[in-house]
Write a protein that binds this ligand. Structure first.
Ligand SMILES: Cc1cc2nc3c(=O)[nH]c(=O)nc-3n(C[C@H](O)[C@H](O)[C@H](O)COP(=O)(O)O)c2cc1C
Length: 288
């Protein structure tokens, strides 16, 4: 091998080595940053989720409320797990059997994807969610006497492009809607995404969830209490279907009936205040 060829091959080796070392250093740095930021990201996601709970409860003013206000106001809510089918609070035995160690870190969306922790809806699936979790989270703000003042219910269902996730709040009569909010969806800005607009969401306030017969009254679209969004008929229909589903027999209706009766099994203590230091972060809105 000539001196010239040897020199050029050495320089190629050096270039490859430098490139490899650079790649390694960069990947270690990117991983370190990703790991380092994870907890801050989780905390921000949780803060956003809690903010949306307060929005649905009419307790958040975007013009003046700070993150500290969100933390303080959210701390007034009890986080409880309910068995959707029975409508009762989940007992310690049920929690242990399902291997749920902390109500706060329980992720109902993940549970819906786990056969052991969910109920398949089969073909009768108007909200197009596939399955419901056996246990759902509810957020309750009570008065000094322990009577519920606000009950925030997580709701979700398919719109046009993907699953829409949000919260619906009922007042202490467990019928009058206080508000609605959305924290994840894939609808088009200016069309389906207009469900986020305050003006549209404001229509929900004061509308009864149920009629005198106990059937779901609230709905979206022609002849219903909430106007559909023009140019976004499919999203509007999706919201109608998901709200009606979650207020129905396979949603929160059994729980609300128990709560209305003030029965002892909905006074159980399977609850804790949610702690920002122990974030429960759902992966909602991250599906394909
Ligand atoms: C690029 C694009 C995005 C759209 N996004 C939405 C949407 O987010 N929600 C929705 O209901 N319809 C959306 N549509 C319209 C639907 O395809 C459909 O035409 C519409 O829901 C019919 O509503 P209308 O009867 O009120 O016009 C979109 C259409 C296009 C072309």
């Amino acid at each position: 091998m000539s001196q010239q060829t040897k020199k050029s091959s050495n320089s190629n080796m050096t270039t490859i080595m430098v490139a490899l070392v650079l790649c390694l250093v960069c990947s270690v740095m990117v991983s370190a940053v990703a790991v380092g930021l994870k907890s801050a990201q989780n905390k921000n996601k949780l803060l956003d989720l809690n903010k949306n709970i307060l929005v649905a409860a009419g307790l958040f003013d975007p013009d003046k409320d700070t993150n500290a206000d969100v933390e303080k106001r959210f701390a007034e809510f009890d986080v409880k797990l309910i068995d959707l089918q029975s409508g009762e609070y989940v007992t310690d035995e049920q929690l242990a059997a399902a291997d749920i160690s902390d109500v706060n870190t329980y992720d109902a969306d993940q549970a819906s994807k786990n056969k052991a922790l969910s109920r398949d809806l089969g073909d009768d699936d108007p909200a197009r969610i596939g399955a419901t979790p056996k246990f759902a989270k509810v957020y309750i703000k009570s008065d000094a006497a322990g009577k519920p003042e606000l009950v925030v219910l997580p709701i979700h269902g398919y719109g046009l492009w993907g699953t829409i996730y949000g919260f619906l709040t009922l007042e202490g009569d467990l019928n009058t809607i206080k508000g609605i909010s959305w924290y994840a969806h894939k609808e088009t800005p200016g069309l389906g995404a207009r469900i986020e607009e305050k003006k549209w969401r404001d229509q929900w306030q004061g509308v009864p969830a149920y009629d005198k017969q106990g059937d779901v009254f609230v709905g979206v679209g022609k002849g219903k209490p909430i106007d559909g969004i023009s140019g976004a008929t499919i999203t509007s229909r999706g919201v109608n279907n998901l709200v009606q589903f979650w207020l129905g027999d396979r949603g929160y209706k059994p729980f609300l009936e128990h709560l209305r009766e003030g029965s002892s099994n909905t006074k159980a203590t399977a609850s804790t205040k949610q702690d920002l230091a122990a974030p429960t972060v759902s992966t909602v809105g991250e599906e394909a």
